[in-house]
Design a protein around this ligand. Structure first.
Ligand SMILES: [Zn+2]
Length: 360
């Protein structure tokens, strides 16, 4: 009787999962899910979790992983002792049920926002036929700007709390101008044990179950404001990674705070250099950076070089699979693909034309 109930329960869960994941149209996501489900859930969770300075989601996640590990070890130990592998059937079903419940909760609290019509579409950006010369021109103008403003960057003075405030204000302006971002109050926290996150190659992470945006406070200060803006974008209903990076870029360049502006331009510059395929051109672009900027870029690369290892590779593979499962065909490459959104934005706003022929 109980087994039949379990099977029915699993069927209901699977059917519900299939409906919410495969069948819901984007109009439902836009008109009902985001305003009626995502926003109220995020705001309610936010009202509770923003009261603490430490990330509740991260603690719950660590406790959950620890409990699952102990549970699995104990069950396997019993099966080995009794030499009866069939005893693992029931715990395997229990784990599957738990996974389905977590998956459904994830879809309700966040996952469905992957299905909303894209930010490029909303801002009417043409990301097709971006030419290499556009990347070059943008890289040159960004180097020029960063050379001029690197000495203005002062994140320590601004502090984490103030940076969250500046970033939120910039998003408020973007909402007034373009809509799209959900008006959800920020709950951004520094992660506990940041070096563990660095070993996994993680700069920041959004926990939808607690609506907390978490930032790794150990990564170079120059990139932290950009990461705050990236995680805050997730909090405001932007799920795809290329769009979260682009949102962080927009929040940065439209901010009145120079450190946030610099961090956004600097982040874009690093991607530009990484995406310049011609190594001779990349070297000549790098040499146009002044000494402080070159040192900053090199120190930043050295930081991640220090943490390159097996954990980082596993983490990348998991993130890649997660993004592809949620419809992001480019997987982890989508982080860098935000450049096509930036270049389309530059093309639309024509901020870059003065640098067009400098390298020719
Ligand atoms: Zn992200």
């Amino acid at each position: 009787m109980r087994e039949r109930f379990t099977q029915h329960w699993l069927c209901v869960c699977l059917a519900f999962t299939a409906i919410i994941f495969f069948l819901l149209p984007t109009s439902f996501v836009n008109n009902f899910y985001l305003p009626k489900i995502f926003s109220p859930i995020a705001n309610a969770l936010n009202a509770v979790t923003s009261k603490t300075a430490f990330p509740i989601g991260q603690l719950v996640f660590y406790l959950g992983v620890f409990t699952l590990l102990i549970f699995t070890i104990l069950k396997v130990k019993i099966a080995i002792k009794e030499r009866k592998w069939s005893t693992l059937k029931k715990p395997a079903f229990q784990l599957l049920k738990l996974f389905l419940v977590v998956f459904i909760l994830f879809q309700l609290s966040y996952g469905l926002s992957f299905k909303r019509p894209g930010l490029a579409n909303h801002l009417q950006l043409d990301t097709n036929r971006i030419q290499p010369i556009e990347l070059q021109n943008f890289t040159l103008s960004t180097i020029n700007w960063c050379n001029e403003h690197i000495s203005d960057f002062d994140y320590e003075k601004d502090s984490f709390k103030n940076m969250v405030k500046w970033t939120h204000e910039s998003y408020e302006h973007l909402i007034e101008k373009h809509g799209y971002f959900l008006p959800i109050k920020p709950s951004v926290k520094r992660v506990i044990e940041p070096t563990i996150m660095s070993r996994f190659g993680i700069s920041g992470i959004y926990f939808p179950f607690t609506a907390e945006a978490n930032v790794n406070g150990d990564i170079p200060a120059v990139i932290q404001p950009f990461v705050i803006a990236h995680e805050m974008a997730h909090q405001k209903g932007i799920a795809p990674e290329n769009e979260a990076n682009f949102s962080a870029y927009l929040a940065g360049i439209n901010s009145d705070n120079i450190s946030l502006q610099f961090s956004a331009k600097y982040a874009a510059l690093r991607y530009c250099l990484a995406y310049t395929v011609d190594s001779v051109l990349r070297d000549s672009l790098f040499n146009l950076c002044n000494e402080s900027l070159r040192n900053q870029i090199e120190e930043h690369s050295a930081y991640w070089q220090n943490y390159r290892g097996l954990l980082g590779k596993i983490s990348s593979q998991v993130n890649n699979a997660f993004l592809k499962f949620n419809g992001q065909q480019d997987g982890i490459k989508s982080y860098g693909n935000f450049l096509s959104l930036v270049l389309a934005w530059e093309r639309k706003t024509q901020q870059n034309s003065t640098y067009r022929y400098l390298l020719e």
